[in-house]
Ligand binder design. Structure first.
Ligand code: FES
Length: 109
């Protein structure tokens, strides 16, 4: 069951490097952050292919990240694979001062 949408702090902007993934864990979910062209995107870290949680280590080209395991690539803006059939989750990102938040459904208490 999905709880209400919550804002969760996942990183400081200064921790993110351009065109590199950053792994955050929120409510037990691994989420990969990407800073590309001055914007920050958040996707689920688990690749739909064989469910390895390695997208944060993937190579970034443009707005695409490639899973280092077997090469499935995803557009970080939409989560949609650009070379296969899968889709990863995407999360809304908000930046306030030097902090990065994502909106995520929390567990209902
Ligand atoms: S697990 Fe990502 S491409 Fe196979």
């Amino acid at each position: 069951m999905m709880g209400p949408l919550q804002e969760c702090k996942v990183a400081r902007v200064g921790e993110l490097r351009d065109n590199k993934g950053f792994l955050a864990t929120v409510h037990g979910e691994e989420i990969s952050l990407f800073k590309i062209g001055g914007e920050v995107f958040a996707i689920g870290n688990v690749c739909p292919h064989q469910h390895f949680s390695k997208l944060h280590e993937g190579e970034v080209a443009g707005f695409s990240v490639t899973c280092p395991m077997h090469g499935w690539a995803y557009d970080v803006r939409t989560g949609v694979s650009t070379n296969a059939g899968g889709k990863v989750k995407t999360y809304e990102v908000q930046i306030r001062r030097d902090e990065v938040f994502i909106l995520i459904h929390g567990d209902a208490d």
